[in-house]
Design a protein around this ligand. Structure first.
Ligand SMILES: [Zn+2]
Length: 487
C-alpha cells in the first residue's frame, strides 16, 4: 500500500510538472475544449516538384481530462494550409481576443496504418479515458511554399520558417506544422524529402549537428531536443549558391554562421530604408555585440549561432538562430539569453523579454542610469504611462503575441522598457546583475521556461537577498499594472 501511494505521488507530480503552464480549458458552446500535453511530434515534409510541401504529422500526446483536445495550426494570409480532413477539425477562437485561433480536434484514430476515421462529428464530446496516451495523425499541404525566384525555382527550393512578432501578430510553428502553444516542450523529429529535381539543397537548422542524419542528397532526418517549444526551431532550406554565406567564425565560444540575401548584404538599392545598414563585413559589429553580452550575462548559452540576414529592419529570435537585419542583430542576440535561452511560457509572459531587450537597446533611446549622469526615475517623468501599462500582464493566456493592437502598436516593448528602467533605478543600476543570476539559475537547472509569476517571484527573492529587503517588488508591479500579476 505504501509503495502504491509513493508511485501515485510520483505519477501525479510528473503530470503536474508537465501541465504547470498549460492554459485552462474553455467552453465553446456546449463543448469543453482542453489542451493536450504533446510527448513527441513527428513530421515528414515532402518538397514536391510543383513547389508545394506535403506534410504528414503524428503527435503523441497525453490528456488529463475529457473534452475536445486543441492543437495549433493556423494558416497565415500568405500561405494556404489545406487540410483534407478539415471537416474533422474546426477552428475555434479565443473569445476574448478574436484573432487568436486554435483547432479543435473532432477526429481521433489509434493506428498510423488505418485510414482517417472520425469517431465523432461536431456536436458530441470526444471522450478519452483519463491519463490515456494517444496519437493524432494528419496530413496537410503548404501551398506555393517555394520562395525562390522564378529562374531559381527550376532546380531549387527556398523555404524558411518565417516566425513573426511584428504588428500585433506573433506567428510561430503553427504557421507550418501542427503544434502546441508555447507552454509545451517536446522533442520533434522532421524527416525531409526533396523531389528529384531539387538536387543541391542545403539545410540550415539550429544546433543539432550531432542529431542530423543525411540519408541521401534528397532525404534527411532532423531531431530537436525535448526542451524546444513552438518558438525554438529554425529551419531553412535553399539551393547551394542562392544566398551569400560567410565562412564560419567562433565568437566568444560560439560558432557563428552568417548568411543572407545578396541584395541585403551588398547592393545599394535599399539604402534609403530607416536604420538599414548593409552587412558587407559583419564581423566587427558581431564581435562588439558579443563582447557586450558576454560581459553582461556570462557565457553565450548556445554552441552555434545562425544569423540569417533576411530582413531590412526587423528580426525574430529562435533558439541559437535569428532571421534578422543587421540593424536588429544586437536585439536578437540579447534574446539568445532572455527570450530563447530562457523563454516565456506563453504570449502573455513575452512582454518581459521584449521589454528587457528594448531596455537594452535603450542604451540609445530609453532610460538607463549611467555613472556620472543625473539619477532620474523615468517613471516620474512620464505622466501618461499608467494608463498604458494596465493591460500589459493581463492579456489572454491563449495568445501567442507580445503586442495587442488595442494597447498600442509598440506596447510590450516600450511600456516594458520603461517599467524595467524603473526597476533598474530602484535597484541602483543592478538590474543586469539580477538578470544574469536569473538566466544562470534557470539554465543550470534546465528549467528554461518561466511565466510572469515566476519572474516576479525571482525579482522579489533576488532583491531580498542582495540588500534591497526594504524594496517591495510586489508593490512596484502593482503600482505599474494596477493589479496583481496573473500567472
Ligand atoms: Zn525582440
Amino acid at each position: 500500500m505504501r509503495i502504491l501511494t509513493v508511485l501515485l505521488f510520483i505519477f501525479s507530480w510528473s503530470i503536474l510538472a508537465q501541465v504547470k503552464y498549460m492554459p485552462p480549458s474553455f467552453m465553446d458552446g456546449p463543448r469543453k475544449l482542453i489542451f493536450m500535453d504533446i510527448n513527441q511530434a513527428y513530421h515528414q515534409l515532402n518538397f514536391l516538384e510543383d513547389n508545394n510541401i506535403e506534410v504528414v504529422s503524428r503527435l503523441d500526446f497525453n490528456i488529463y481530462k475529457s473534452g475536445y483536445p486543441l492543437f495549433d495550426l493556423v494558416p497565415s494570409e500568405n500561405l494556404e494550409v489545406y487540410l483534407p480532413i478539415k471537416k474533422k477539425s474546426t477552428v475555434v477562437c479565443d473569445k476574448y481576443y478574436q484573432s487568436e485561433c486554435l483547432r479543435r480536434v473532432n477526429f481521433y484514430k489509434t493506428n498510423f496504418n488505418s485510414y482517417v476515421e472520425p469517431m465523432y462529428y461536431a456536436d458530441k464530446y470526444l471522450l478519452f479515458p483519463r491519463d490515456s496516451k494517444s496519437s493524432l495523425y494528419f496530413f496537410h499541404t503548404l501551398k506555393n511554399a517555394n520562395q525562390a525566384s522564378r529562374f531559381a525555382k527550376k532546380s531549387g527550393f527556398n523555404f524558411v520558417f518565417e516566425f513573426c512578432d511584428g504588428n500585433s501578430k506573433r506567428q510561430l510553428l503553427e504557421r507550418y506544422l501542427p503544434a502546441n502553444l508555447q507552454f509545451d516542450q517536446y522533442p520533434m523529429t522532421m524527416e525531409i524529402k526533396f523531389a528529384n529535381k531539387f538536387k543541391k539543397q542545403k539545410i540550415i537548422t539550429n544546433d543539432i549537428k550531432s542529431k542530423r542524419f543525411k540519408i541521401s542528397d534528397y532525404h534527411y532526418v532532423l531531431s530537436y531536443p525535448e526542451f524546444y517549444n513552438s518558438a525554438s526551431i529554425f529551419f531553412h532550406t535553399f539551393a547551394k549558391g542562392y544566398f551569400h554565406e560567410y565562412p564560419v567564425r567562433t565568437v566568444q565560444g560560439a560558432i557563428f554562421y552568417i548568411y543572407g540575401k545578396k541584395d541585403l548584404l551588398f547592393e545599394d538599392r535599399f539604402s534609403a530604408g530607416m536604420g538599414y545598414k548593409k552587412l558587407t563585413n559583419p564581423w566587427p559589429q558581431t564581435y562588439k555585440l558579443m563582447q557586450e553580452l558576454t560581459s553582461t550575462f556570462g557565457a553565450f548559452p548556445h554552441k552555434e549561432m545562425i544569423v540569417y540576414v533576411g530582413e531590412k529592419f526587423s528580426g525574430i529570435e529562435h533558439f541559437g538562430a535569428t532571421r534578422t537585419s543587421f540593424f536588429s542583430l544586437g536585439h536578437e542576440l540579447y534574446h539568445q539569453y532572455i527570450g530563447r535561452g530562457v523563454f516565456p511560457a506563453g504570449g502573455r509572459s513575452a512582454w518581459i523579454d521584449e521589454g528587457l531587450a528594448r531596455w537594452r537597446d535603450g542604451g540609445h533611446w530609453f532610460w538607463r542610469w549611467l555613472p556620472g549622469q543625473p539619477f532620474v526615475d523615468p517613471y516620474s517623468s512620464l505622466k501618461d504611462l499608467p494608463r498604458k501599462y494596465v493591460g500589459l500582464p493581463h492579456q489572454s493566456v491563449y495568445q501567442r503575441r507580445t503586442r495587442n493592437p488595442s494597447f498600442g502598436k509598440d506596447y510590450a516593448y516600450a511600456a516594458g522598457a520603461v517599467f524595467f528602467s524603473h526597476i533598474n533605478y530602484k535597484l541602483n543600476d543592478r538590474l543586469n546583475d539580477l538578470l544574469r543570476d536569473f538566466v544562470k539559475s534557470r539554465i543550470s537547472s534546465k528549467n528554461y521556461m518561466y511565466n510572469q509569476s515566476d519572474f516576479k517571484k525571482y525579482l522579489a527573492k533576488w532583491a531580498n537577498e542582495n540588500g534591497y529587503s526594504g524594496l517591495n517588488i510586489l508593490n512596484l508591479f502593482n503600482k505599474f499594472f494596477n493589479q496583481n500579476l496573473l500567472d
